[in-house]
Design a protein around this ligand. Structure first.
Ligand code: PRP
Length: 208
């Protein structure tokens, strides 16, 4: 049996479809149910629906053998897991954005609002730019609109949220996509099963 932590939401549903095609269907799986665990003895899989940012914790602690998390989450939480495969879905980018027409004032620390504190700190440390971080949990775009921050560091997928709020990308930090992650100890015990899963998933990857 392989235990799989899936990120709740749209990405998780896409990942499940990919796993289903790769031979890991679960008869009782239902994205609309409030159940959190789904098991299929026949296919030897058990799925957990997990809050996306918690997936690395479940995998690092071995509650799940494998999981799927965005590269953003893996970088931000620095989990001690193996990153086995780029699933090439959930593609977006981590970017710096600001109000259209914004000009940086290098004489002052840059005020940065973000959910991704570690990614932002590392990015600006690499540029030797002093920053003042404001950690938010969502609707990050509001911060520069209300004058609370100069810029935001956030995920941009279609760019619609920025556009509709009169904001624009200043710099791209890095491209993001979903990754298959594996618990280090479980990889030793379930080596064949997990390697098979990786090989089966490789056949289902979308084209670049
Ligand atoms: C993410 C991100 C942006 C939006 C970008 O928010 O924080 O707000 O998606 O997508 P777009 O470029 O396609 O418009 P999410 O939906 O995760 O909600 P949040 O505000 O709680 O972070």
């Amino acid at each position: 049996m392989i235990n799989i932590a899936l990120p709740k939401g749209r990405l998780g549903e896409k990942v499940y479809k990919m796993l289903e095609k790769a031979g890991y269907a679960c008869d009782e799986f239902d994205k609309d149910s409030r159940k959190l665990i789904f098991t299929d003895e026949k296919n030897g899989v058990q799925y957990f629906w997990v809050k996306p940012s918690d997936v690395p914790i479940y995998v690092q602690r071995g509650a799940a053998d494998v999981g799927v998390a965005g590269k953003d989450i893996l970088l931000e939480y620095d989990a001690d897991v193996y990153e086995m495969l780029d699933l090439k879905i959930g593609k977006c980018r981590m970017a710096v954005a600001a109000k259209n027409g914004y000009r940086d004032d290098l004489s002052k620390p840059l005020v940065v609002a973000t959910k991704f504190v570690n990614i932002a700190k590392e990015f600006y440390a690499g540029k030797n730019r002093d920053i003042d971080i404001i950690k938010l949990s969502g609707s990050i775009e509001l911060a520069p609109i209300l004058g609370m921050s100069d810029v935001i560091v956030d995920i941009v997928e279609t760019g619609t949220t920025l556009k509709e709020n009169d904001l624009g990308v200043i710099e791209t930090i890095l491209p993001i996509s979903a990754r298959l992650i594996v618990n280090k100890a479980k990889y030793k015990f379930k080596n064949d099963e997990i390697d098979n899963m990786v090989q089966n998933l490789k056949k289902e990857l979308p084209d670049d």
